[in-house]
Design a protein around this ligand. Structure first.
Ligand code: ADP
Ligand code: MG
Length: 400
């Protein structure tokens, strides 16, 4: 089990200043926040610390200002929306370090919450400059990292600070790390992984890591075509990275050696044109794809067999849709297997963890995101974790 301190390890924090790294990098349109998922994710930590009487100072990046002060990337734009989500007043402090910030923080009382402006306004943030980390550390008595989604970056506010102040994982970070540990760190076996999505090339390291760790590797999406082609199947006009044939064969070989069963579709849904419900739509065996057809989803027989595989498993980790799920009916396989996984999770026979931008969208589309054990919205950090990489922000917490 990953070894890090949590808010449970904090003693009396009343009147103490908490520097809390969160993810406030929300999408905006016309000056309004269009999706407040990330804001809501901070609530357990921020509410708990404020209720325990800490002075809560939120550190976050916003956009990519590249070390410049950019009014259009100021977190002042998010402060009002954040206050609405939190349901209490939120102050805004114009810098995340320096004398002005210190003076502003000195006027705060126990239970107050403030957002400090964009850490990336300072070039030292992305360089993990110890001088910037030290200047930020002067504002706080302890550090909490609640931004798993930024933990794959070794920046001053995500990594450097953890070495300068007593450091703790926030509630969202704790939940994410516990779920990921249960899925791949020390999982109950057998473990199945579903890997789908468009291209093998974006997920080579994910596949290489997984074959060594899981009992069943279920490959779908466009990337299955590359594996099928490598095995000599004619995939017609399908999205396929033919130049990765050798790599695909190496991965299949490595799986064999590691006793990992790879599942490729044996029936598929094909069409001559990529459109919603096209007239040329049909289901066929993978060996019957015509030269002018493309594979756009895994077929129903394969999905039934995969559901049976999941029934024998105790743990599932899922990244990538099985088909071009944005366009009906090529969402069928993803929706059906996601519903099976959700039902098994509800029954208590499966621990299911999923992540990835399009994967989250697909699970929401299937209406089952809430029924999975855990769905990560962390994007890049989730993928790096699937690749088996050590995340600097997490490692720093473990050493703290
Ligand atoms: P994630 O964001 O969850 O990591 P990816 O970005 O790797 O997932 O892949 C998602 C994309 O893969 C979707 O846009 C989907 O339409 C596409 N895709 C899946 N299967 C196919 C296929 N057979 N042909 C073309 N595109 C596909
Ligand atoms: Mg994607």
């Amino acid at each position: 089990m990953a070894n890090f301190k949590t808010l449970d390890d904090l003693g009396d924090v009343s009147g103490k200043r908490a520097l809390v790294r969160v993810d406030l990098n929300v999408p905006m349109a016309d000056g309004s926040v269009t999706d407040d998922t990330r804001l809501r994710a901070t609530l357990p930590t921020v509410t708990e610390l404020a209720d325990r009487g800490a002075i809560v100072l939120l550190l976050a990046h916003f956009g990519r200002p590249k070390g410049q002060q950019r009014p259009d990337m100021s977190l002042s734009l998010v402060t009002r929306a954040y206050g609405g989500v939190l349901g209490r007043p939120v102050r805004f402090v114009e810098d995340c370090q320096g004398e002005g910030a210190k003076a502003a923080v000195a006027t705060m009382s126990p239970g107050d919450v403030a957002i400090l402006d964009n850490t990336r306004f300072h070039p030292g943030e992305e360089k993990n400059d110890p001088a910037l980390a030290a200047a930020m550390a002067e504002l706080g008595d302890f550090y909490v990292n609640d931004a798993f989604s930024a933990a794959h970056r070794a920046h001053a506010s995500t990594e450097g600070l953890a070495h300068l102040l007593p450091a703790y994982a926030g509630r969202a970070m704790e939940k994410e790390l516990t779920a990921l540990e249960a899925a791949l760190g020390n999982p109950e076996r057998p473990v199945a992984a579903v890997v789908g999505g468009a291209k093998v090339s974006t997920k080579l390291d994910v596949l290489k890591n997984l074959v060594a760790k899981v009992d069943h590797l279920i490959i779908g999406g466009g990337m299955a075509n590359t594996f099928l082609a490598a095995r000599g199947v004619d995939v017609g006009k399908s999205l396929c990275e033919h130049d990765l044939k050798d790599t695909a064969l190496e991965i299949l070989d490595a799986a064999d050696r590691a006793n990992c069963t790879v599942h490729l579709p044996y029936d598929v849904v094909v069409a001559k044109e990529f459109a919603a419900n096209p007239p040329s739509l049909r289901t066929c065996n993978v060996h019957e794809v015509a030269s002018d057809e493309m594979i756009l989803d895994v077929g129903p027989a394969a999905i039934e067999a995969l559901a049976d595989v999941l029934k024998t498993c105790r743990t599932l980790v899922w990244n990538g849709p099985l088909g071009a799920f944005e366009t009906p009916p090529f969402d069928c396989a993803t929706v059906q297997l996601a519903r099976t996984a959700a039902a098994l999770t509800k029954e208590g026979s499966l621990v299911s963890v999923a992540g990835g931008g399009d994967t989250v969208a697909a699970l929401n589309h299937a209406g089952v995101a809430d029924d999975f054990t855990f769905v990560s919205t962390a994007g890049g950090a989730f993928l790096e974790w699937m690749e088996g990489k050590e995340l600097p922000g997490v490692k720093a917490l473990e050493q703290a």
